[in-house]
Every structure is written in structure tokens, then in C-alpha cells.
Ligand binder design. Structure first.
Ligand code: GLV
Length: 309
């Protein structure tokens, strides 16, 4: 029996090497090379072609190469009996915390402003905000959101969390559901999106939501491009209701050359680099789940399909 890697547009070699190193006898196919579909029981994937897996009669597990699983759950032709797993990795979690802290510090200490002033050789101080005067609201307090909250709170920021259902977190006050959203937003000077992408969270970062933020709020999206209604963001920055945004994810990646975000000085663009999965770090949990599957034991980091995360 075999493991199939499917990651169009992404280099499979580091995964093949790390898998072989960890489990030398493992038979690995890399899509789209010729392979026997009946032999495949486990697939390791990133952005597979829609509908691909309906032709694999013995496939039991589809494992995401990353933390997000929307690229799998959005495939309506994925057979119901297949188990989906996601990556939960300490390095990935730490990287996300470090990255968001950098964006928050960059914004509060105005580093982008100084970078822009450089072209005019302008020596002009701008007032900055201290962490204890800034409240950061995190939408989505799963593994990544909680770690980001912990990091920001450890650096002196006031941290709030928002989730679909009630959560008890030590580093942040949490709000939940529609009822808690308005108060959560009204207090968030910086809003961070770390929600999973599901039909319920798609387009959640829209004009109605932005209006509930305090004037001058800043938005950070490190989740998925589809969370954001791009036109609403541009409008809210244009009217100065929002002071700007840092975006790491986009509806279309790479961000097309003609996209208006490129020209907007208040939008910081990074190329989906907040936390990038390392094959070496993640492969041990993939092999562990592969072995659990073979032994018919419970798998780790299983996605609840009805929830979508
Ligand atoms: C990256 O976007 C991931 O889902 O790991």
C-alpha cells in the first residue's frame, strides 16, 4: 500500500525526502506521475485538483500539508468516508506568533511610515502607541489564535478573542457568537483574522464589520484571502475609518500585478509567508497518522467535516 503526494505548484521533493528518511520502506507516488490508484490508502495534499479522490477506491485519509484544510473541505466530490487531518506543529505555531507580533509592532511603532519617508530624506517623528494602550482583537482562537494571543499579551498588549462558541483562555477575554461580536469589535484597535475558512466565515471581513471597529483601527489578515471583501477594505481605508491593513493572504495568489492593493500605501503586502510548513518538522506526525491508519487506531488532528476545521 502507498502514500500519494499531491501538491501542484509546490515542490514535492522535500516531502519525499523527509518521508523516506523517517520511514525508509514507504512506497510513495507523486501526482501526476503514473501510479496504481487502487494501491493508495493515504494522500498528503496541498491544493489538489477538485474531484481527484473519487477515483481512489482504497483511500482512507487525506492529510493537509498545512494548518488550513479549506483546500480539502471545499472539494464537494471528496467521498464522505475519508478522514481529513490537519497539521498542528509547534514551529508553525511559533512562526505565526512571531509574524503577527512583528506586524503589530510595525504598525504601532510606525516603521512603514519611516520607510516611506526615506525617499524624501524626511526626518520627521510620528507619535507611537505603547502596548498597554492598544487592544488587539483576535478572530479565531484555535491553536494559532491562542498562541498569537499569548505572544501579544506577553508583550504587554491588551488582548481579546472572538470565537463561534464560548472559550476559556488565560491570556485574553473572549467573546462569542453574533451576540459578542459587536462589543468585541468596538474595543479592538487592531483586528487580527485567524479564522478557519468555512462557508460561514467567508467574506466575514466586510464593510459592516469594519464599521463596528473604532475609528483608525488596523486590520491584519493572516488566515485566507476569501475572508476579506477587498473592495470594502479599500473603501474603509479611503474614508479613513481604517488606518490601514497588513495582508498576508489573498483571493488570488500571487496577487495579480494590476491589483489595487499594490498601489495603496496603507496596505502592507506579504506573500503568504506568516508561517510556512517545514516538511522535516511535520513529517513525523504524518507518519504517525499513516501508522495509526494501518493499525486502525484513532488519528491525530482530525478535522470535523461538519464544522470544516
Ligand atoms: C497555510 O496557509 C496553512 O494553512 O498552513
Amino acid at each position: 500500500m502507498s502514500l500519494l503526494i499531491v501538491c501542484p505548484g509546490k515542490e514535492p521533493q522535500p516531502w519525499v525526502e523527509a518521508l523516506k528518511e523517517k520511514k525508509p520502506g514507504l512506497n510513495i507516488f507523486v501526482y501526476p506521475e503514473d501510479h496504481n490508484k487502487e494501491e493508495v490508502e493515504f494522500a498528503l495534499v496541498w491544493n489538489h485538483p477538485r474531484g481527484l479522490f473519487k477515483n481512489y477506491p482504497n483511500l482512507k485519509v487525506v492529510a493537509s500539508m498545512g494548518a488550513g484544510v479549506d483546500h480539502i473541505t471545499s472539494d464537494k466530490e471528496l467521498p464522505e468516508h475519508i478522514t481529513i487531518t490537519k497539521v498542528v506543529d509547534d514551529q508553525l505555531t511559533k512562526d505565526m506568533g512571531d509574524f503577527v507580533l512583528s506586524l503589530v509592532m510595525n504598525h504601532t511603532r510606525k516603521l512603514t511610515v519611516y520607510q516611506a519617508q526615506k525617499k524624501d530624506k524626511s526626518w520627521d517623528r510620528t507619535p507611537y502607541q505603547r502596548p498597554h494602550n492598544v487592544t488587539v482583537g483576535i478572530m479565531g482562537v484555535g491553536v494559532l489564535g491562542s498562541a498569537v494571543g499569548e505572544k501579544l499579551s506577553g508583550n504587554g498588549f491588551n488582548v481579546l478573542g472572538w470565537a463561534k462558541s464560548e472559550k476559556d483562555k488565560k491570556d485574553m477575554n473572549t467573546y462569542c457568537g453574533e451576540d459578542g461580536l459587536e462589543e468585541f469589535l468596538s474595543k479592538s484597535n487592531i483586528l487580527i483574522c485567524l479564522l478557519p475558512l468555512t462557508p460561514k466565515t467567508e467574506n466575514i471581513l466586510n464593510g459592516d464589520l469594519f464599521e463596528k471597529l473604532p475609528k483608525g483601527a488596523y486590520v491584519i489578515n493572516v488566515a485566507r484571502g476569501e475572508h476579506l471583501v477587498e473592495h470594502d477594505l479599500l473603501e474603509m481605508i479611503g474614508s479613513r475609518h481604517l488606518s490601514g491593513a497588513a495582508l498576508d493572504v489573498f483571493r488570488e495568489e500571487p496577487l495579480p500585478e494590476r491589483h489595487p492593493f499594490w498601489e495603496n500605501p496603507e496596505i502592507l503586502i506579504t506573500p503568504h509567508t506568516a508561517s510556512v510548513t517545514s516538511a522535516i518538522s511535520v513529517v513525523p506526525q504524518i507518519i504517525e497518522n499513516y501508522e495509526h491508519m494501518k493499525e486502525e487506531r484513532l488519528l491525530k488532528n482530525v478535522v470535523q467535516r461538519e464544522k470544516g476545521y
